[in-house]
Design a protein around this ligand. Sequence first.
Ligand code: HEC
Length: 99
Amino acid sequence: MKALILSLALIAPAAAMANQELAQKKNCMACHAIDKKLVGPSYKDVSAKYAKDKDAAKKLADKIVKGGSGVWGPVPMPANTQVTPAEAQTLAKWVLTVK
Ligand code: HEC
């Protein structure tokens, strides 16, 4: 029992790390940080903004692939063409868990 709890406690942070690694690999962290605004909004702010939006993951995944502007200010996010739709889903879901 103890071992089960221990391994569950180890798995969760590992998954969060893997997603952040993906964001780093895809260059997202050049413009975004977890808890401060860079070129784009912090992921903390994004997840707070969409906390009550059930469709957020889908919307954000779409925006990650195609880019867009006007939600956070005048600076646009360019299309992230190196990101597949599946990766964008993973990244969007991860961003929404950031606190
Ligand atoms: C060149 C800089 C740049 C890069 C690279 C970039 N972003 Fe952004 N991102 C922005 C800016 C600027 C905004 C704000 C756009 C707006 O106001 O609508 C933004 C907005 C967002 C949002 C919020 C969208 C919304 O409509 O609220 C998410 C989620 C996001 N980015 C995720 C990512 C992910 C994941 C990646 C990597 C695949 C990435 N970004 C790469 C600059 C960037």
